[in-house]
Design a protein around this ligand. Sequence first.
Ligand SMILES: NC(=O)c1ccc[n+]([C@@H]2O[C@H](COP(=O)([O-])OP(=O)(O)OC[C@H]3O[C@@H](n4cnc5c(N)ncnc54)[C@H](OP(=O)(O)O)[C@@H]3O)[C@@H](O)[C@H]2O)c1
Length: 324
Amino acid sequence: MRAIVLEKFGGLDSLVYRDIPDPEPRAGHVVIEIKAFGVNHAELHMRRGEWAEAAPVSGIECVGLVKSCPGGEFPVGAKVAALMGGLGRTINGSYAEYTRAPAANVALVESGLPWAELAAIPETYATAWTCLFRNLEIKKGEVLLIRGATSSFGQAALKMAVNDGVRVIATTRNRERFSMLEGLGAERCEIERLDLSKHIPEVKKIDAILNLVGNSVVLDCLAILRRGGRSCLAGWLGGLDPIPNFNPLLQMASGVYLTFFASFAFGTPGFPLSDVPLQQIAEDAAAGRLDVKPSKVFGFDEIREAHRVMEANEAAGKVVVVHA
Ligand SMILES: NC(=O)c1ccc[n+]([C@@H]2O[C@H](COP(=O)([O-])OP(=O)(O)OC[C@H]3O[C@@H](n4cnc5c(N)ncnc54)[C@H](OP(=O)(O)O)[C@@H]3O)[C@@H](O)[C@H]2O)c1
């Protein structure tokens, strides 16, 4: 099969096209004929050598058709999504014609959506849904602050939260993007900055925060919450550096909750993929209740351009690659 192989750590030229053997059937695993896959920051980090592990074939998610499944967990020919379970990280991932994913990281998605739209769902929507409705336990009428809201993850969370009657305040570094976020249902927007807690009028009144900017604003998020409010750290748009000189006694707000979610938990004990309503999300998309359309769609031969666009923050939404 054709695959995109990580030849070395570094720039866009690290991604090269090679013919490699097809994955063989294996018990407990599903071989998938890949129709399309989303591109993720994790893959940029892996390409640059910034992640703990990186497999020769990158790609943490895909949608496609079951080619073989010796354990019978999924019927051959079924339409499925696969994400995480070591894909692209400890086992070869989705930047190829076929991949072999652990059955625990595969879900059926019966849907007539075009492959490009279906491919925009698994990683982004599964993670956003889990952060909102599991970690943050967000409820109708609550006020949610999304930091880094123009990201594809942020937009997915914004759309699902608004559909559930949550009041959303959204941040971006770029004032020109306020209207886009308001168009998606944000009540209002704020300019993203490291000391947002000193500027946001709703300080100490926010019920929940989805923090996609990262470690640099963890403590600032806690300072924004009302007593009993929850902040979920789930993105690192501001970089991977740790919190310097962290001393809770001097730096932490009292009476608030910090939680964390990383999608590599999917398929591990306590985090079954079946917890996430991927089928319902696909149905909402097909019925027009949720717009999951990717903002950029590339062909399989265009992986370097897909990485470049994401790296340059030019996508303004989900980046997807489709096989011809
Ligand atoms: N926890 C998980 O399991 C999980 C799963 C998926 C993704 N993620 C993480 O979530 C984040 C978002 O992923 P994505 O694919 O949705 O991203 P994306 O669509 O590529 O996000 C791009 C946007 O990020 C914003 N941004 C870039 N640099 C920034 C900075 N220094 N400070 C603040 N905002 C910045 C920009 O918005 P403005 O220019 O409008 O400010 C840009 O338009 C990434 O860090 C990714 O690794 C985590």
